[in-house]
Design a protein around this ligand. Sequence first.
Ligand code: NAD
Length: 341
Amino acid sequence: MSSKYPVVLIAGDGIGPEVSDAVVEVLKAAGAPLEWISCDAGLAALGKGKDVMPEETLDAVKKHHVALKGPCTTPVGKGFTSVNVQLRKKLNLFAAIRPVRSLDGVPTRYEDVDLVIVRENTEGLYSGVENRITSNVVTTLKIATVEGTERIAKRAFEYVQKRGRKKLTVFHKANIMKMSDGLFLDSVAKLHKDFSDVPYDTQIIDAGCMKLVQDPTKFDVLLMENFYGDVVSDLAAGLVGGLGVVPGSNIGFEDAVFEAVHGSAPDIAGKGIANPLALLMSSVMMLNHMYEKYGDKQIHAAAESIKAAYNKALSDGEKTGDLGGSLGTQEFAKAVISRLS
Ligand code: NAD
């Protein structure tokens, strides 16, 4: 019999607890051998008198190395540093990997979208360094380092090579931000020497976005700095059915935190209608990561079974409201559970 593997669970805010509950139920029904270590972050932590990103939560991820995270809300304009920025920086989760794929049963303008966005997660405009220069002038610093740009370029090339993907396209604005985006491009060119079998090209981001919405099937793996990655992830989600269907991972050298691309969706929180699929897909990415790490076949079987079950549920027309269906969060989870092999 398999042992149980510890996973830190951060349920999050807004729709976070609803979608996390649904996902935990599906994982349990699929026989995933996991032991949940529940930790707080965001408003949930503040409500208990803790910091928005408590040290104990960071320590738990450092100890167990894997976490599943719901979306967290950072109170705006109250001096709090973003929960997500803190988590990604303090744990050095420098690569966000976000697969964006067309799904059977989710009709959209394009049928064969199969993109992966690799977003640098710790630098760029998300440095958190902002200054008031005068009463009328404020600045936000965009940071690019050799270390940060080289490690994300290496990770992106490795991803393309290891997964047998076709090519890497780098989105940038080095024509304007000659130094920061220029360094990003220089690092990609430098690292390409170690991955000369991986085709890569570059696109100025504005033209790249236009081409992406005109025909996303022309792209494969996209690499970009932090802010561009944030925006392009949501844009790409819109090509395949929205934020309810795009999963993600934040990966460093030691630790990995899996979470959907979407936020806490305060407009629908507490209504029981949020789509848990993006977090469920993120949990499948997590199981695959754990299978690579531990080699336990029970983990692999659970991942395969969940993936087949949600694909079947969607093609049977079992969908939440954001995808044109009528199921609530729990009902969709039950539809998946009833299709587990
Ligand atoms: P959002 O992703 O929460 O919502 C955008 C729109 O998509 C809303 O209309 C929402 O109802 C819809 N939506 C999102 N997820 C959905 C789901 N699973 N099912 C159905 N519909 C869904 O973006 P926002 O409104 O810009 O941000 C809300 C809050 O979330 C902010 O506080 C923001 O900082 C936070 N946020 C957190 C994360 C994270 O924790 N990783 C990411 C993005 C935003």
